[in-house]
Design a protein around this ligand. Structure first.
Ligand code: PBG
Length: 327
């Protein structure tokens, strides 16, 4: 065969392959989600998410230390309150569980970048992401509660807030609340295209937000839709979102690609609990090589265009970067 161009030339050895890689991953783009619940001395394995734990504020340092040790620099906080009520009052309480966690994290690990997940579903007795009226979530009534929640997290020390509720207009409401309190420089990472997904199943066990009636389809997006994702993204940008997130990640690589091609802000992807649990279960059953699957799926999300990855595998990925397996 006479060929001037032989693609195999650039695949002949590892050094060449590493040199010509198109997708590069750095630890500083990883975000590790952590669950904090009210109480003392708690370090509980989350059954549906093997390897993930729930901490109380006094044990949280162990979890943060483990992440920091691997070189993960950003943490996203989820709270599980002791008391839930109709209005989710612990979401915005000055000494709510996430607020306690943020204060403790900022004190013990000032170098960590702390992101607060802003939502009401972990805090409401009915389990929905907003204030319920009749059978549905009242969008406009919910906005001030989300804004209060975001502000209380920032006051407690959050470096960034990430609204995951999918109410219309919430980015603007949060931006106005933060600005009015003087936090003009605190960024908002919006869960802009968040789909109503069965991949959240394990999280709902982890966060104790699974026993709600009905579903979240009146606010989270229908997974048949692509253009609608762009509508949500453009709206959130108009309202002041600094970073756009797509969630889940693996079944939505097309959306990640489209968003990152079309908008001039960083694109984040959230590889959610079900994606994590499926890999863990398949590996445990001996069906796949866990490390190899983590590497391949992770790179696929970045290759699709993500600049930031929120993942329960953050610590493992950081170690794999150290070992030169990916990156
Ligand atoms: C809260 C929220 C959810 C997740 C992140 N924030 C659950 C939901 O919308 O039901 C899911 C995260 C995961 O599955 O890992 N609204």
């Amino acid at each position: 065969m006479e060929a001037a161009i032989r693609p195999r030339r650039l695949r002949m050895d590892n050094r060449t392959r590493e040199l010509v890689r198109e997708t590069r991953i750095g630890k500083t783009s990883l975000v590790y989600p952590i669950f904090v619940e009210e109480g003392k001395g708690i370090i509980t394995e989350i059954e549906a998410m093997p390897g993930q734990k729930r901490y109380s504020p006094d044990t949280l340092a162990y979890g943060l230390e483990e992440a920091a040790k691997t070189g993960v620099t950003s943490i996203m906080f989820f709270g599980i309150p002791e008391h839930k009520d109709e209005l989710g009052s612990q979401a915005y309480a000055e000494n709510g569980i996430v607020q306690q966690a943020l204060k403790a994290a900022k004190k013990d690990f000032p170098e960590l970048y702390c992101i607060g997940d802003v939502c009401m579903c972990e805090y409401t007795s009915h389990g929905h992401c907003g204030i319920v009226k009749g059978d549905s979530v009242d969008n406009d009534k919910t906005l001030p509660y989300l804004a209060k929640t975001a502000l209380s997290q920032v006051i407690a020390g959050a470096d960034m807030v990430a609204p995951s509720d999918m109410m219309d207009g919430r980015v603007r409401a949060i931006r106005e609340e933060l600005d009015a309190a003087g936090y003009v420089d605190t960024p908002i990472m919006s869960y802009a295209a968040k789909y109503a997904s069965a991949f959240y199943g394990p999280f709902r066990e982890a966060a104790g937000s699974c026993n709600f009636k009905g579903n979240r389809k009146t606010y989270q997006m229908d997974f048949h839709n692509r253009k609608e994702a762009m509508k949500e993204v453009y709206l959130d940008l108009e309202e002041g979102a600094d970073i756009i997130m797509i969630k889940p990640a693996l079944s939505y690589l097309d959306i990640i690609r489209e968003v990152s091609d079309r908008v001039a802000v960083p694109t984040a992807a959230y590889s959610v609990s079900g994606e994590y649990a499926m890999i863990k279960a398949a590996a445990k059953a001996g069906m796949v090589d866990e490390q190899a699957i983590i590497a391949e799926t992770t790179v696929s999300i970045y290759r699709a265009g993500a600049n930031i990855l929120i993942t329960y595998f953050a610590k493992e990925i950081a170690k794999m970067i150290d070992e030169g397996r990916i990156g």
